[in-house]
Design a protein around this ligand. Sequence first.
Ligand code: F6P
Length: 460
Amino acid sequence: MSRLVVVSNRVPAPAKGKVHAGGLAVALQAALNARGGLWMGWSGVSSGAREPGAMTIRQEGPITYALTDLSRKDIDEYYAGFANSTLWPLCHYRLDITDYARKDMAGYFRVNRFFARQLGPQLAADDVVWIHDYHLIPLAAELRRMGVKNRIGFFLHIPFPPPDVFFALPVYATILEGLADYDVVGFQTRHDADNFAACIEREGIGSLKERDTIETRGGGRVKAGVFPIGIDTRGFEKMAADAVDNPAVRKIARSLRDREVVVGVDRLDYSKGIPQRMQAFERFLRDNPAYKGRATLLQVTPKSRSDVPHYLDMQREVAELAGRVNGELATLDWTPIRYVNSSINHSILAGLYRLAKVGLVTPMRDGMNLVAKEYIAAQDPADPGVLVLSRFAGAARELQSAILVNPYDTEAVSQAIAQALSLPLAARIERHAAMLRHLRRHDISNWCDAFLDALATTAA
Ligand code: F6P
């Protein structure tokens, strides 16, 4: 079997036995644990003003980690700049906060070239290369320029916007051509794949030959398929069932007394709709005063990308909002919103999901959202909680038995919380069972196999 080589911007520090929070890292860890292989990416460390030295190679079980540092300038221009101030908001349909600077764009292409130069010498002729996410779109083109002939696939974890949004990016054509350099380009949903195909056709970079196959101007072929990412469903079910006895989870449960828990878990990111969710919860309490003192929103929100200005603004906005709602509604023995700004161990998180009556997952736009899937897997099938899910999360295409909401409609989300809390047991069981069945069939190894099978059947 060929060796699998995975490349992603974020690579968790190798630590045996530890499960890492964050969708992409957890998913890739599971995929690589099952197959073994090389995982290359940024160490998360800055080399300051100096150019980064040679990669650090470490073997941990079946995974060889190849980690590179990045200079301060690289981090500013490539990571905080073009990736997270330009591509991220653009792909989440936020043209209003999409910043663009040529210096950042140049830094993005420079770091991709640097990744290619580091990775190239590590590759054997029959390695299968799988590149992840918006940070590394031009990497295949850079590797091809160096003469690399291996099969190379790309998976986009975030949404792909429609042409009228994407074409606002000054270098949209180069980015599209970069995607057309892969053998397989994978998207989370049909909607994303269609948006990509529409961009390619409108720009004349290629044309759709048959469903999911694009023929490029130069005569090459790209498979542009739909591969909705999953979770380790059985593993998470077990983790959540075991977590019931975890002393930390018991302590949290005691502190919540017998209140109805509504849980939200997100990185602190404007795409996640956290302020809108808090407003909807406030609205729910005002419209359903019987729940005052009886329901608590537990919002777990680790800080994220704090060196990007819009994220700093968000930190302030959310903290102020939680403070205002609590100031206006709290009583001496009840806090309506428990807002926690740190990250939480994965198994404690699984326990929190299980004790929550409602999982409130209401991003304004999201590639997939694995919290929604984890919430379902964590429930007790005999007495499950209810998922309230944004229509604009990729997960909504699969989890149709959730209560689907438009997160821009505060009253609708407030009503959905009330509906979720009053749903009879039989209806809860039926909705949950349908979604769990789907998640068991479409789990992380299924995602990985489907993508790698598609890549294996392309002509190298
Ligand atoms: O899912 C999108 C993503 O950017 C991943 O690539 C990344 O692992 C995660 O969000 C967390 O973001 P960051 O690496 O910027 O902290």
